[in-house]
Ligand binder design. Sequence first.
Ligand SMILES: [Zn+2]
Length: 305
Amino acid sequence: MKIFDAHMHLNGGQTPDPKELLKKFEEVDVIGACLFSIDPEDPSFTFKERMDNLFKWTDGYEGILYPVAWIHPFEDDVLNKVREAAKRGVAAFKFIPDVYHVNDEQPTKVFRLIEELGLPIFFHTGMCYDFHESAQFCNPVDWECFVKYRNIRVSIAHAGFPWCDEALHLFSKYYYNGRKLQRAVAGTETTYLGYPWIKEHMITNENGEPDYVMPELYLDTTPGPSGTFREALFKNLISWCPNNRRVFYGSDQYADNYQLKYVKPALQRERDLMKRLEVPANMVEDMFQNNIKRFLGLVPRISDI
Ligand SMILES: [Zn+2]
């Protein structure tokens, strides 16, 4: 089972060495990764330094290492920073809502701009082991606000741990909304056709065919939940939303300090769990390799549910 690691960090502590990272990847059958730039709250780096460091990791490794800009919505001149990161070619953005709600005014301006730019957003959800009272900002239920968007892809990391049930319920809400739209476009479901919310999302694509756009919510299963919590998460996911194409995997490792002694057993546990739960091979391949490509917008969106 090959694995695409959708959730990795950079800490800026070491000189970028993508070659060395890919050598380590080979040992554990990892075929690519999304790399999140240095923490925007780290005062020792300017925005330009964060971006330069990010692209030192990914330049020349297109299609293997994907650059993701980690931004804080309250940093100075944030909208221009978002535009600049997009111009430089980031594949996505990353946010950790530690002191704000995702539907607050300022963050909403930033997310609306990213929606316009057509790029996806990796979000942290779940309780952080930090020194803030941040749990109030990270409950996945808050991500219901993205139903108001017309056309955006967002992911919720750590499956919202410890609120995995809430995360799954929210995930299924977006997933089944997508199914309704898909059936409406195919003409097999007419119940909702007169409703304004469904009209708003139905479009004609560039080939002149009926198509749809919608806010898509992906479940990023980066631990968070481990042991019996993880087993329960996958059991519920498989029974609740079988064959969905909206789940992906991440390790939360640092590219600058990729520790095989932790990665190896962690990936082995993941492979064992998939076997024990008898997850169908195509669903395993989607979760560990393919769905991230949908999230990044690398494959067509129609019929992707
Ligand atoms: Zn992380």
